[in-house]
Design a protein around this ligand. Structure first.
Ligand code: ZN
Length: 314
């Protein structure tokens, strides 16, 4: 923890005065194996520590995603194996990725992870997968849904955006009955989209026209080492070779800076929420009572680059 950062988590366990007083059931739905950890690993770790229930859903097998065999080795090879051989290899690689996801979930304390095994070449917001996710929502009964912003990178053609659409279609379907599913309809209370994925900083023509912004930032400073360890389980796609650390410093560090903390995860709340009192966080009050230099000290805390086994030289 940052020295002298009394504004960070220990003294600032989120004020519950404006939050839910009941344990939450949180379902995180990602397109690919890494998404749930990249976008919400620290947040999920917090909720597990608090005693909430967290389930992860990985919609596609993800075998093609940054894979060291299918993406890296084959990129420079002269011949791609025949269809059957390639399909078998993809099954092998997706099994490896599923094991990595389970290892990462174990580090965060997450026991429930569901693999839907959808094709990752082209992800369409289609009915069959949405109905399968809807069935899971009816049976698992999440209060909170975390997923991709459905217009990420222009929407539809983008795999993350399609996954966001599938999650939303599933949520809507789950609010009604379905022949063959004996679970009653279920209503999800709140949906939060992953803000960093949605583009917290405009960087393409798709980002400049939306008018969205991250209206929820979760301080993950106290669990950022745990998030790093989880991400570094994803060795098939090279996260352990420095990428996870770089992503945390650049993305979570940037989001944290926006939120006045060292490391943060960004979310976009789908709807306004209703409170009895105005939702003013202890973070806002503490920051308002700090000098510029004190605020800088909080933001400037940085992961130790040289702290042993998880430091890597590429
Ligand atoms: Zn992804």
């Amino acid at each position: 923890m940052p020295a002298g950062s009394s504004s960070s988590s220990d003294s600032l366990r989120q004020s519950e005065s404006n939050g839910a007083t009941q344990p939450l059931r949180i379902m995180s739905v990602g397109a690919h194996p890494a998404d749930i950890f990249d976008q919400s690993g620290g947040t999920m770790a917090h909720h597990i520590e608090r005693g909430d229930q967290v389930a992860c859903v990985v919609l596609t097998h993800g075998a093609r995603v940054h894979d060291e065999v299918l993406c890296t080795e084959m990129f420079h090879s002269q011949h791609i194996p025949d269809a059957r051989t390639l399909s078998n290899l993809m099954t092998e690689r997706s099994d490896i990725k599923a094991d990595e996801v389970r290892q990462a979930c174990a580090i965060l304390g997450i026991e429930e992870v569901f693999f839907f095994g959808a094709e990752d070449g082209v992800i369409m917001p289609e009915r069959a997968t949405a109905l399968r996710v809807a069935s899971l929502i009816r049976s698992w009964k999440p209060d909170v849904l975390l997923t991709h912003f459905p217009y990420e990178n222009g929407g539809f053609w983008n795999s993350h955006a399609s996954a966001g659409h599938i999650a939303l279609m599933a949520r809507e379907a789950a609010s009604s009955v379905e022949p063959g599913d004996d679970h009653p309809p279920h209503h999800v209370a709140c949906t939060f989209f992953w803000g960093a994925g949605a583009g917290q900083s405009p960087h393409s023509i798709w980002e400049v026209r939306r008018g969205i912004y991250n209206n929820v930032i979760i301080d993950i400073t106290d669990v950022v080492e745990k998030k790093l360890a989880a991400q570094e389980c994803l060795q098939s796609q090279g996260y352990h070779l420095g990428f996870a650390r770089k992503a945390i410093e650049t993305t979570d560090g940037h989001v944290g800076r926006l939120g006045g903390v060292a490391y943060g995860e960004a979310f976009i709340s789908e709807r306004s929420q209703t409170y009895r009192y105005l939702p003013v966080s202890d973070y806002a009050l503490t920051r308002a009572r700090q000098s510029d230099r004190e605020q800088l000290a909080v933001i400037s805390y940085k992961l130790d680059t040289f702290n042993g086994a998880r430091s890597h030289t590429v």
